[in-house]
Design a protein around this ligand. Structure first.
Ligand code: DX5
Ligand code: ZN
Length: 218
């Protein structure tokens, strides 16, 4: 199987919301390939972030591809609007209440790339039935809801299993990991098979974001 280029996806949850566009510019200039946009509804996770209107404005401002992570209870109700607002990738959770296969198909029909995610406590096998449908899988390495949490090594065997499954079935999805990624944990997840690394607090706090991204991607 071909090895994908490593991408760092800045989690905009750690950005300055009064200057989201400028923060996207800064991260794109530092070498980020894709912006990670965490949507929370206060139901699927105990927090509320931003949504469709903010994505639309941001997408009109920047050319950076948008990686939309829906931590919402009923994603099928909103995927069309997120796609129309400019989402390039749309990730739903297998633990959400929507029909998974139907929602992934709807995302594709709306012109975005579908992706499926698992929380730390969910066995990775639960997403195996959907791997043919997706362009990316997202393994959570923290409990979804908040930036700045510590990395959970439970993601590592899941990343390996997804890499092995891609080879076994001849599939070509990207493997993304989200939560607690810093320069040390980045090495572990890449070694385990991840090629798309979400980084929030560590990247936004870095004195030199370009050096941070370079160190991970080279
Ligand atoms: C958590 C979000 C993450 C988070 C990552 O629910 O999905 O994208 O913002 O932030 P850090 O890198 O600080 O763990
Ligand atoms: Zn996320």
């Amino acid at each position: 199987m071909k090895t994908n280029e490593i991408w760092v996806a800045p989690s905009l949850l750690s950005a300055d919301f009064a200057h989201l566009g400028a923060d996207c510019d800064k991260m794109a200039a530092a070498g980020a390939k894709i912006m990670h946009f965490d949507v929370m509804d206060g139901m699927f996770v105990p927090n509320i972030s931003f949504g469709i209107a903010v994505l639309k404005s941001l997408n009109q401002y920047t050319d950076a591809p948008m990686d939309v992570h829906l931590m919402i209870r009923e994603p099928h109700r909103y995927v069309r609007q997120f796609a129309e607002a400019g989402a390039d990738y749309i990730t739903i959770h297998v633990e959400a209440e929507s029909d998974v296969a139907g929602t992934l198909a709807l995302i594709r029909e709306c012109g975005a790339i579908p992706a499926i995610s698992v929380k730390p406590g969910t066995p990775v096998e639960e997403i195996f039935p959907y791997l043919e449908q997706v362009g990316m899988v997202l393994v959570m390495s923290v409990e979804p809801g908040f930036g700045g949490q510590s990395f959970m090594p439970v993601c590592l065997p899941k990343l390996r299993a997804l890499r092995a499954e891609a080879e076994r079935r001849g599939l070509d999805y990207r493997i993304e990991v989200d939560g607690g990624i810093n320069l040390e944990t980045a090495k572990l997840v890449i070694e385990a098979g991840a090629d798309t690394l979400v980084a929030g607090s560590a990247l936004f706090k870095a004195a030199d974001p370009a050096a941070f991204i370079r160190e991970i991607t080279q």
